[in-house]
Design a protein around this ligand. Structure first.
Ligand code: ASP
Length: 321
């Protein structure tokens, strides 16, 4: 691992992100919450904490924010229910925890971490995931906790599209949050949390909790957290694909992640549309890559020298941690 230094990157989902879809105050709020998520993760790393603890801390902030599709503010499925997916992976041990279709866990990524530590299973789903979280000490929350006016309106708009026979852009439906980190001990970790996409079929599980697809971390190689149409991340096994390209082809992080997002996924079309995809990834030296093939992606990173940036579209904003 040798020269490894700490580094952190986060995302809050990719998509069209039209400027008029949010008020100026909401854009500011989203950027400031990205900054708070970076600060939370960085506080862990600079205090000598683990990459696993850092990605959990960063994701928790975005789960609690109404601006992103995870935790509070998560998307509603076709039945008007929130079903939440999340996972976390420790690159040092390849241990992982994943939760899907949970309905009452306030911070699903923390339940995923508890499952990873518990060790009896990697992946729990539905009511059993909720029961595990409660037994692990996470007080259940009512569905209303997750609901925001915006998500109620988004579901109504999706249903109207369905009735009218018009297809909403894939990019407009979803969102996710995630983080990747390298700690001072040279260990990598990744975490992802999502409400999936608006009007998704009940029981549908996306890529975010699928280890190797939406989330992957392996020491000495890379950590990856994805956002975009999960079905394609699962089919392309995106996180593992990037790690495999690096490990077996000797590609650098930038080459491998750009190739998968821009070519493998970017060349895939559904109803004439490119499959919207983005991700954040970090390598064993703390280099960060954050490619997306959509108009924008909520994202942020801290470089090994401690400079922090957040962005939604092309322009970067340097932030103080
Ligand atoms: N990947 C998420 C899912 O398919 C959604 C997203 O990131 O936009 O559940």
């Amino acid at each position: 691992m040798g020269t490894a230094r700490q580094a952190l990157a986060i995302h809050g989902g990719c998509g069209v992100l039209p400027h008029d879809s949010m008020t100026l105050a909401e854009w500011d709020g989203a950027r400031s919450d990205l900054g708070r998520a970076l600060a939370a993760g960085w506080a862990v790393l600079s205090g000598g904490g683990s990459a696993v603890a850092a990605v959990e801390a960063a994701v928790n902030v975005m789960e609690d924010s109404p601006h992103f599709n995870a935790g509070h503010g998560a998307a509603l499925n076709a039945d008007g229910v929130h079903e939440l997916d999340a996972s976390i992976m420790d690159g040092a041990t390849l241990e992982a925890g994943a939760i899907s279709a949970a309905r009452h866990i306030r911070n699903p990524v923390s339940a995923a971490r508890a499952l990873m530590n518990d060790g009896r299973a990697v992946f729990l789903t539905g009511p059993d995931a909720d029961r595990f979280a409660e037994a692990a000490g996470f007080a259940p929350v009512a569905q209303e906790y997750f609901t925001t006016q915006k998500r109620v309106e988004a579901l109504a708009a999706m249903k109207a599209h369905a009735l009218a026979g018009t297809e909403a852009s894939e990019n407009e439906k979803h969102g996710t949050v995630g983080a990747v980190a390298l700690d001072l001990a040279g260990h990598l970790a990744a975490a992802t949390s999502t409400g999936g996409y608006t009007n998704k079929p009940p029981g549908r599980v996306g890529d975010s909790p699928v280890i190797g697809a939406g989330t992957y971390a392996r020491d000495g190689v890379c950590a990856v957290s994805g956002t975009g149409k999960g079905e394609y991340f699962i089919r392309h096994v995106v996180g593992h694909e990037i790690a495999a390209r690096m490990a077996y082809l000797g590609e650098c992080l930038e080459e491998a992640s750009e190739r998968v997002v821009m070519e493998d996924l970017g060349a895939t079309r559904q109803h004439g549309e490119i499959i919207g995809a983005g991700l954040v990834a970090i390598d064993a030296e703390g280099r960060v890559s954050a490619p997306y093939n959509t108009a924008g992606m909520f994202r942020g990173w801290v470089t090994p020298d401690g400079r922090a940036y957040v962005a939604t579209h092309d322009e970067l904003h340097e932030v103080t941690l």
